[in-house]
Write a protein that binds this ligand. Sequence first.
Ligand code: URA
Length: 220
Amino acid sequence: MGKPKIHLLGNTSSLINQYVSELRDENVQTDSLRFRFNMERIGWIFAYEISRKLIWEKKDVVTSLGVASCEVLKQQPVIATILRAGLPMHQGLLNAFDKAENAFISAYRKHRKDGRFDIKVEYVSSPPLSGKTLILSDPMLATGASMVLSYKELLGKGKPVHTHIVSILASNQGVEYVKKSMPDEDYTLWLGAVDDELTARAYIVPGLGDAGDLAFGSKL
Ligand code: URA
């Protein structure tokens, strides 16, 4: 249903492409501190780009020599992140929007015997969202199902005026799913890179592997 504005930052040569190439590189991935830090740095870059679309107001600031007319954010966004892979990028977004409110969603793949899976959301912690700008981030947009389901869960906390959906790496299929399945049109999609393929187990190809495991170690 939704027809979002899509910003693919990787289409312009800039530092984000350097960081994404390191996230993908299996030789660099052995350094999980660097992996997390690159995700955090990409969070900073997304925050800067998103900030250009927010509403600003004038504020007189008293310096030691006079009064400077400055611009400050009119309203802080709410930054929502899907656990656990989203945490390092969340930190980057929050470092930039340091007064933002925060929301967390735990969504996971519950695998069925036939190899397919359902997305289960078990935990949502969020401030009220009515009238606010929401930044919803997950580093990997594979099928798109977790992102859309998480957004729908967050709507239980009120309807944001606008939502910025942020992913470092997306599949074409995930982007199409989000466009088809978001329940409204007040959103913008921010992406670092888009890959063509998904494996049968819904991993992005060439992708980078399992972002949560690379950041925090493998799970049982
Ligand atoms: N989640 C990941 O961590 N990697 C993928 O390729 C897809 C989803």
